[in-house]
Design a binder for this molecule. Structure first.
Ligand SMILES: NC(=O)c1ccc[n+]([C@@H]2O[C@H](COP(=O)([O-])OP(=O)(O)OC[C@H]3O[C@@H](n4cnc5c(N)ncnc54)[C@H](OP(=O)(O)O)[C@@H]3O)[C@@H](O)[C@H]2O)c1
Length: 333
């Protein structure tokens, strides 16, 4: 492992201390002197707070001649804080080493600006690791829509409910607690009107003892029918977005414009299948319970695939046992 890789690894571990949700990515930065010693560390703590580079620079009195190792190309735009490229130039660093380019059209171009100011710039160090850490955020910004996880729980024979529509509960408590943890990693939880009318879910992210978690993603209901007046969702602590639409592309675009970068689609089968059929699911999260239900209520309905050559192959990225159940995470190839 080279020195830059070792230092980037530290910057990545600092990055992961920041929040995984919200409009901004997790970013870490270390400043090193000419001997390779780390003299300052910084990371981004969420929108409106100092960026990682500025956080690290604030911890040294003189940054002249130092090398900045940063997980994402320094930004080049003024948002709630100023451009990091300018902060690095003004601080007098002599070299900037970053991992992944910033795909945001408004923020990119930092590397060029640094080079134009005479600073040595190198990109691509531990790029695979950063791509993995920032996969949802990078995918969202590259597509200009939120990263979409579609979750469902099913019996071993692929049913999401019994013939009468009841589905609580197919999985056990460990799997259901895992769902709450996954909810808390999203900016929004998306459900169809059918699930709201059938189940009246509260869609809060709760801990083991039922307590509300600190971060509550906003619930979003997709479909033309209205959410009933007395529905539990009307008292969700994060509010409620009613779309009155079935146009998934338009809904995702609107959510992106509201600074939502990660959505967690919790069903039901009609809506989950619509996301899959439209190729708008970046990841599926499937909880499989060792039970058989049979009947018509499949977890995934028609995807418009009529011949096996058109089957949608996925790559499994996670496989865990939760009590009696299994959780599988898979991504589009
Ligand atoms: N096992 C699980 O993980 C799980 C999770 C959730 C729910 N469930 C079960 O699933 C059942 C409800 O499922 P469901 O499939 O009837 O409900 P759903 O998928 O929640 O909602 C379906 C409705 O969404 C609207 N919609 C929005 N966008 C759409 C689009 N692009 N294409 C088609 N429809 C769209 C339509 O209603 P409009 O007429 O309003 O537009 C449609 O009837 C319940 O029994 C529930 O218990 C199981």
């Amino acid at each position: 492992m080279t020195d830059y890789e070792r230092q980037m690894r530290r910057a990545l571990s600092l990055a992961s201390r920041g929040p995984a949700t919200g409009v901004n990515p997790q970013v870490g930065c270390v400043l090193v002197d000419e001997t390779g010693k780390i003299v300052a560390e910084g990371w981004h703590r969420g929108a409106g707070t100092a960026h990682a580079e500025v956080d690290a620079l604030s911890k040294v009195t003189d940054a002249r001649g130092l090398t900045a190792i940063v997980t994402l190309e320094p930004c080049n735009h003024t948002g709630r804080t100023g451009p990091c490229s300018v902060a690095l130039i003004e601080a007098g660093v002599s070299r900037v080493v970053y991992s992944v380019s910033d795909p945001n059209p408004q923020a990119g171009g930092g590397a060029e600006r640094l080079r134009a100011a005479g600073i040595a710039v190198e990109g691509g160090v531990l790029a695979d690791d950063t791509e993995q850490l920032l996969h949802p955020w990078l995918t969202a910004v590259r597509h200009g829509r939120p990263f979409v996880t579609v979750k469902w729980a099913s019996s071993l024979d692929g049913r999401a409910a019994a013939a009468d529509g009841t589905s609580q509960w197919i999985t056990g408590t460990a799997a259901r607690q895992h769902v709450h943890e996954r909810r808390a990693l999203a900016d929004a939880i998306v459900v169809g009107t059918g699930t709201v009318l059938d189940d009246d879910p509260s869609l809060t992210a709760r801990g083991d003892a039922g307590e509300l978690m600190e971060h509550q993603p906003i619930p979003v209901v997709i479909g033309e029918r209205a959410v009933p007046e007395g529905a539990s969702l009307r008292s969700h602590p994060a509010g409620l977005i009613e779309t009155a639409s079935r146009d998934l592309g338009a809904v995702l675009k609107d959510l992106y414009e509201r600074d939502i970068r990660r959505v967690f689609v919790e069903g039901g089968p009609t809506l989950a299948s619509a996301f899959l059929a439209a190729d708008l699911a970046d990841e599926v999260l499937v909880y499989l319970a060792p039970t058989l239900i049979g009947g018509p209520r499949l977890a995934v309905t028609d995807l418009g695939i009529t011949t096996i050559a058109d089957q949608r192959r996925l790559t499994i990225t996670g496989l865990d046992r939760l009590g009696d159940d299994i959780v599988i995470t898979a991504r589009s190839v």
